[in-house]
Design a protein around this ligand. Structure first.
Ligand code: CIR
Length: 259
């Protein structure tokens, strides 16, 4: 029997500079920093309630997007891959996350000219999908494949269209189930799994975070939430509306690892 410790969630407080965040598919709207921070605090408490030990890094006043820690690393059981984010302004975010991750994993790094955002990497057991988005390039995919192949992972490149990251288009919501937007990613890639499609009126609804049998999910997609419930999901709904203005969703705000 393998005894597992508590899952660890690495997070980072909202930067006071979040108003200067990168935006690709959204118009800039004013972000209420105090409200964003309060929503993020609720997110951290929610993860704790669901059984995670939250390691919360201090805010980085000079790094507007640094709350979105998911993009800085790909964490697997055997190692952690420090990314080289596609947005140049975000590359300074990795160092402080690496310092924490080094306590838990052997670290390897993605090197230039490769770019890779953690939001483009979907891990489904030994299958890893890498979205070729505006942020992650072919070199990023190939470096990740070389780093993970010795550990028995199959790494596949996936086209994504119309959205920021692969995980804007598809996430795992239960052990054998993915939630996806078929306009943004090819649903046939996930043929071996149960697939739930978002409601077409809610294109941004494909990002959910499963923690301990519960799905942490934004409260802004009631139609897709209903579809998820019909398929047996237990939802923990959160208001992350201020972070959504920065093009962030639920998975982006943490790096999850088994202790
Ligand atoms: C960015 O454009 O990089 C941030 N404003 C949003 C990043 C969201 N991250 C994610 O979906 N993994």
């Amino acid at each position: 029997m393998i005894l597992r410790g508590m899952p660890v969630a690495i997070t980072r407080k909202v930067s006071p500079a979040i108003g200067r965040c990168e935006l690709t598919h959204l118009e800039r709207r004013e972000i209420d920093v105090a409200r964003a921070a309060a929503q993020h605090e609720t997110y951290e408490r929610c993860l704790e309630r669901l059984g995670c030990r939250v390691v919360s890094l201090p805010a980085e006043p000079e790094m507007p997007d640094s709350v979105f820690v998911e993009d800085t690393a790909v964490v697997l059981e055997e190692l952690a891959v420090m990314t080289r984010p596609g947005a140049e302004a975000r590359r300074t975010e990795t160092a402080s996350v690496a310092a924490v991750l080094a306590e838990y994993r052997r670290l390897v790094v993605i090197k230039p000219p490769a770019t890779l955002d953690g939001g483009d990497v979907l891990v489904l057991d030994r299958r890893v999908f890498v979205g070729l988005s505006g942020r992650s390039n072919l070199d990023g995919f190939e470096q990740l494949r070389s780093l993970l192949a010795p550990h028995g992972y199959t790494v596949e490149a996936v086209d994504v269209r119309g959205c920021l990251h692969l995980k804007s288009a598809v996430t795992r919501v239960a052990p054998d189930t993915v939630l996806l937007n078929p306009d943004w990613v090819d649903r046939s890639l996930f043929a071996g799994l149960d697939r739930i499609e978002i409601d077409p009126a809610e294109p941004h609804a494909a990002n959910g975070l499963p923690v301990g049998g519960v799905l942490v999910y934004p409260d802004t997609f009631p139609r897709t939430a209903e579809r998820l419930r019909e398929r047996g999901a237990l939802l923990e709904l959160l208001d992350l509306s201020e972070l959504a203005k920065a093009e962030g969703a639920v998975t982006c705000c943490s790096l999850m690892l088994a202790d």
